[in-house]
Ligand binder design. Structure first.
Ligand SMILES: *[C@@H]1O[C@H](CO)[C@@H](O)[C@H](O)[C@H]1NC(C)=O
Ligand SMILES: *[C@@H]1O[C@H](CO)[C@@H](O)[C@H](O)[C@H]1NC(C)=O
Ligand SMILES: *[C@@H]1O[C@H](CO)[C@@H](O)[C@H](O)[C@H]1NC(C)=O
Ligand SMILES: *[C@@H]1O[C@H](CO)[C@@H](O)[C@H](O)[C@H]1NC(C)=O
Ligand SMILES: *[C@@H]1O[C@H](CO)[C@@H](O)[C@H](O)[C@H]1NC(C)=O
Length: 897
């Protein structure tokens, strides 16, 4: 239904619509597997265990590990480094300086190139050539050059080669290349204005792709490439194949697919020698197919491939291609991860061809006869038996067919025909995958994905879905991750950006301080050994370890002894905040008073709850007792902290003169969640209802039906509104058009991670108490809440709200931009800081606030929008506010807000 409503619309509208539908349908049907919230957020300032390398050079964009994984080679702008892979910050780092000469730079500038970015020697290629030498290519200020590096001496050979046919001219041109058996395969649009091309450069014969009469590649932008040794264990004597991944101009006639660019995969056979006359010095085995990555229920396509990672299997046939996909528009962020099996790709290449009859732009399925041997196949035993030992012996009709039919008709669909992960507001740029065996002896794929804002997401794939274990801030904002590589031997992941390299261990199990946290993390490298969360690899005795990757909630029991117990003594009428920090973005707090769950957190009840604690408003004497804060996550509930609160009448703060009769027992009784699914029934439903699902399409009851009806009606309103805005955008250009795009993207942050913003919201004085963050704990004043120093350790201390600040009406005024965090509030971690002491906390704040729809919508108000646009903004605003309330304060009576 919704899918049908989408098709035929311009894709830009689809994004806006998709976002609307997701918000509107949010309360109806939870789909926890899409638009995943990272469980843990670690800011750069609190990042431990990391090691950094920085130098005078910038743009650390190519990486290579030495065969023994002892050294990491890094290609940057104007330099190549050899770093100690076990600790990249350890000196000495060996350096080869290779910058273009001033004259060359001058020439580059006179060609009209940008002397701040393009007129340098960007190392674009860095790979092993043979057992002793590496091969590198650099753009060399728009005159590409290549050279060998002696690995042991780490010195460049004197012989420098022309790089024009191997390396692109600029730093941003799509490019991929690899060396196989000392033959160099590269794919790029080498010179500006030339046709994109896949080449085998050496040794002769040099092979290329064909441009006439049918152009095999259409303004292709290459993303990645890889060899699959399909000759190994092949029963047909098949050849090894090289796969190239790219985006190119859309040539399809299919109307359902309206994008201007599409993702594709091409392949060639390694033993291809080209044709004898026809296709002389051209590939005879070139075939390409479309790569699809879409949300089927929305008919929503992620058309741009950003990165691929080729994961070898035990057998070549088990090879998997993981792709990061995104959207065409620069100001709409979204990513999807799709996984393709080699057999799916092979199936497309063995299926029907497409044809382009009049050399026009339309491509249609070819239905005529196919010559024999099948065009585009490698030389196999069968062909050899027929006397065709090499591609040069292939018949002319076959080669002529190859020349005219490069495109396959079948599209390559991802496993399960849907993405493993779908992420709004995040653009992933790079990915690397590590396989690890869990305690359950199953093999897990752990994905490390870098974002365009310098973050690293670590995710584990379980049953076709990705669970994001953590998001780590590695670099300051505005620094996209530009390289990523994993060393199994060093158990490290290395991440490059424009300013430097970071080395991180594959896991930081000590980050999880309780059994439940260790378990819920679902980190395949970590397990609970009874006292702490440890790395499995280092542990020999596995029998005592607890881990549950499959469900992430089974194994931990009775954590009574570890719970922090605190006392609070307050005066009648005071406002008291009982802090309860949940480390997980997926957890929700639950409070009990003397064993009874606190119900109806409205103003009348005298309680308010938020993600950081429970607020007792105007304490009454009957509110004394034992408060326990539980975290509720993934159907398990576990205690975090216990407060013994006494309320007394006297105005003289200390010592408390008249204590109320508040008897509390120090012993805590915690119901052990033996059977999590059943215990979950008495609990409120878990968080993370994020996407409408099939339930929306097939309502099971009237309520759902009404809601979907409302959704559709409002969706239609939005379509109208958006169309108007869109038209306005087309006619008037400028900030107005940008508004509609940004608004669409901005819908998400609050939609998904109700907790994700809390660390940043800490700094907004207009925020209410739930936004008190860990940054403020034990650090004195924050947001108008005055807390004594080290409130954690000072039992009986007072926690007061400064009057006037707390009455900020929540629905009237969207919060303004957050002021910067005072420097004193930033936890310091010398281990991970750059030498200059730069900290990334401030940019993060801005980053998160930028993704905050309130801010963006507010900005558009100020632009003096038309009434129509204004109401749209209002509408979104209201909707977001409403959702925020239901998310943050699930039990709050709305009238009390
Ligand atoms: C190289 O680094 C500079 C400054 O750090 C940055 O502005 C630029 O975008 C980077 N270029 C590439 C190609 O990454
Ligand atoms: C690399 O660093 C490690 C740890 O700092 C050190 O033990 C090792 O000797 C270093 N290797 C080299 C080749 O410098
Ligand atoms: C780039 O060129 C401009 C003039 O065209 C000059 O002013 C500037 O200093 C140059 N920048 C660099 C880094 O060479
Ligand atoms: C590797 O290639 C380089 C450059 O062509 C050559 O000098 C060197 O001898 C080769 N090494 C081996 C072991 O073949
Ligand atoms: C093909 O190779 C086989 C053995 O490698 C050889 O006997 C045969 O003569 C070759 N045929 C041609 C046409 O080159």
């Amino acid at each position: 239904m919704l899918g049908a409503c989408f098709s035929g619309l311009p894709s830009l509208l689809q994004v806006v619509l998709l976002s609307w539908c997701m918000c509107a349908a949010y309360p109806v049907s939870p789909t926890p597997d899409l638009d995943v919230t990272p469980r843990i957020t670690v800011l750069k300032s609190s990042l431990q265990d990391c090691r950094r390398f920085q130098s005078y050079a910038v743009n650390y964009s190519s990486v290579l590990l030495k065969a023994d994984s002892e050294r990491l080679f890094v290609g940057a702008r104007g330099a190549v480094f050899s770093l100690n892979a076990s600790d990249i910050s350890a000196s000495p780092a060996l350096t080869i300086e290779w910058e273009a000469s001033p004259e060359q730079k001058q020439q580059c500038q006179s060609k009209g190139k940008d002397n701040k970015t393009e007129c340098f020697n960007h190392i674009r290629f860095l790979q092993r050539f043979n057992s002793t030498h590496l091969y590198i290519c650099g753009t060399h200020a728009f005159r590409p050059l290549c050279a060998y590096i002696d690995e042991e001496r780490f010195a460049m050979s004197s012989q420098i080669e022309e790089g024009r046919d191997k390396c692109p001219y600029g730093p941003r041109t799509g490019y991929t290349g690899l060396i196989i058996d000392q033959q160099l395969y590269t794919a790029s649009q080498y010179e500006f204005g030339s046709n994109s091309d896949i080449r085998r450069n050496s040794p002769s014969p040099t092979l290329k792709t064909e441009d006439a009469p049918t152009r095999w590649l259409n303004e292709a932008d290459f993303v990645g490439s890889g060899l699959v040794r399909e000759s190994k264990s092949s029963s047909t004597g098949d050849d090894d194949k090289i796969y190239f991944f790219f985006n190119e101009k859309n040539q399809d006639a299919m109307a359902s697919y309206s994008h201007s660019r599409v993702a594709g995969v091409a392949r060639v056979c390694k033993s291809d020698r080209g044709g004898h006359l026809t296709l002389h010095k051209r590939w005879t085995s070139f075939l390409k197919a479309r790569l699809m990555c879409s949300l089927p229920e929305f008919d929503f396509h992620f058309n741009m491939l950003r990165h691929v990672f080729i994961l070898p299997g035990n057998k070549p046939q088990d090879t998997l291609f993981y792709g990061i996909f995104g959207l065409e528009w620069k100001n709409v962020k979204a990513s999807a991860v799709c996984r393709f099996s080699l057999s799916e790709v092979q199936e497309a290449f063995q299926g029907p061809y497409m044809e382009n009859q009049d050399s026009g732009s339309k491509w249609n399925a070819y239905t005529g006869n196919i010559p024999d041997p099948r065009p585009g196949t490698c030389i196999t035993d069968e062909l050899r038996a027929r006397g065709i030992n090499s591609s040069t012996s292939l018949p002319d009709d076959v080669l002529d067919f190859v020349r005219r039919h490069p495109l396959m008709s079948q599209q390559v669909q991802p496993s399960d025909r849907r993405p493993l992960l779908f992420m709004m507001t995040t653009d992933y740029t790079h990915m690397a995958i590590h396989t690890v065996r869990g305690l359950d002896r199953k093999t897990y794929h752990v994905l490390f994905m870098g974002t365009d804002e310098g973050w690293l997401h670590k995710a584990v794939e379980v049953n076709g879905h990705l669970h994001i274990i953590e998001e780590l801030q590695l670099f300051e904002e505005g620094q996209p991750v530009s390289s990523l590589i994993i060393s199994d031997k060093q158990m490290s992941v290395y991440v490059g950006s424009s300013s430097g390299m970071v080395q991180l261990p594959l896991s930081s199990c000590h980050r999880y301080t309780s059994c439940f946290n260790c378990l819920l993390a679902r980190d395949p490298y970590c397990a609970w050994n009874g006292t702490q969360c440890v790395a499995i690899k280092a542990n020999t005795d596995r029998s005592a370890l607890i881990q549950d990757i499959q469900h992430g909630n089974r194994g931990c029991v009775n954590m009574l002894n570890d719970i922090v117990e605190r006392s609070r003594s307050v005066r009648v009428g005071d406002d008291v905040l009982l802090q309860c920090e949940l480390s997980s973005n997926l957890a929700r707090p639950l409070w009990t008073l003397d064993g009874d769950e606190l119900q109806g957190y409205g103003l009348n009840s005298g309680f308010r709850t938020g993600t950081d604690g429970l607020l007792i408003i105007g304490a009454r004497q009957d509110q004394c007792g034992q408060y326990i804060c539980y975290a509720y996550e993934n159907s398990v509930k576990f205690a975090i902290v216990v407060y013994n609160v006494s309320v007394h009448l006297d105005l003289n703060p200390s010592p408390p003169v008249k204590q109320t009769d508040c008897a509390y027992t120090p012993a805590i009784m915690i119901p052990a969640p033996n059977e999590p699914p059943s215990s979950g029934e008495s609990l409120p439903p878990p968080p993370a209802p994020l996407l409408p699902h099939s339930e929306l399409l097939f309502p099971r009851n009237m309520e759902a039906m009404y809601l979907s009806l409302i959704t559709i009606l409002s969706g239609m309103c939005v379509v109208l509104t958006v169309v108007l805005i869109y038209v306005g955008f087309c006619l008037q250009v400028g900030s107005r058009g940008k508004y509609s795009l940004r608004a669409a993207a901005a819908v998400y942050p609050n939609n998904k991670g109700r907790n994700r913003n809390r660390k940043q919201q800490c700094n907004s004085s207009h925020m209410e108490l739930k936004t008190v963050s860990s940054h403020c704990n034990g650090n004195g004043t924050c947001n108008g809440i005055s807390a004594p120093h080290n409130a954690d350790t000072q039992d009986g201390g007072f926690l007061q709200i400064v009057p006037g600040e707390r009455h900020t009406p929540r629905n009237k005024e969207p919060p303004p931009l957050a002021p910067p965090i005072p420097p004193t509030l930033q936890p310091s971690s010398p281990n991970c800081e750059f030498p200059n002491g730069l900290s990334a906390t401030l940019p993060t704040v801005l980053k998160r606030m930028n993704g905050n729809s309130y801010v963006l919508l507010r900005q558009s108000d100020a632009d003096g929008m038309s009434p129509h646009c204004y109401s749209f903004a209002e509408e979104l605003n209201k909707m977001l506010e409403k959702r925020k309330v239901t998310q943050l304060l699930p039990w709050t009576d709305e009238s009390s807000v």
